[in-house]
Design a protein around this ligand. Structure first.
Ligand code: SAM
Length: 161
């Protein structure tokens, strides 16, 4: 909604049918809300996005899905397009809480969270063909109420090709 309000044409995708139906009732036109799997290449048109923004979604998927998502975003962005990522990292105070699911992933408080190693995500983006313009992990990126966990923020640029 923020990006739409500043004049960008926004496609907003989430798997949650309930959330998307509620947002579609607002009948705003922009953002255009889609209930779908953002990993799936067919949800995005090839070379159609100037920007992609993944806010707190990469830690909601497993490592295989992450690989597919990065490829899908590479394909969906125009050459020179930017991929903005904000995600929980291994220095988050929630790390290690709950039942372990896979490496760095835990189920806690009804949430699956896979805490990201920043250097690994940067390397994965580079391998696919992104140039990483910015990568930081620190507090102050996503304060919410009394919480201000260290969060990873990355800006990656899709190279020509
Ligand atoms: C931690 S929430 C973050 C929600 C929102 N981006 C925010 O910043 O408040 C993670 C979201 O990712 C969505 N999600 C998880 N896997 C998905 C997938 N494969 N395709 C689309 N959405 C997905 C979930 O439904 C959930 O709404």
């Amino acid at each position: 909604m923020f990006f739409a309000d500043i004049g960008l044409d926004v496609v907003a995708i989430d798997l949650s049918d309930a959330a998307i139906r509620m947002l579609q009732k607002l009948e705003r036109g922009n953002p255009h809300f889609i209930c779908g799997d953002f990993i799936n290449e067919s949800v995005h048109q090839s070379k159609s996005y100037d920007y992609a923004y993944s806010r707190f979604t990469i830690h909601a998927i497993n490592s295989k899905q992450e690989q597919l998502l990065l490829r899908s975003m590479y394909r969906a962005l125009k050459p020179g397009g930017k991929f903005f990522i904000e995600v929980r990292g291994i220095h988050d105070p929630l790390y290690g809480k709950g039942q372990q699911q896979e490496r760095n992933a835990f189920f806690y408080n009804n949430h699956y969270r896979r805490f990201i190693v920043m250097d690994e995500l940067v390397a994965a983006l580079r391998k696919i063909g992104f140039r990483v313009e910015y990568a930081q992990e620190r507090t102050g990126f996503a304060p919410y109420g009394n919480d201000d966990p260290p969060v990873i923020r990355i800006v990656a640029i899709r190279q020509e090709g």
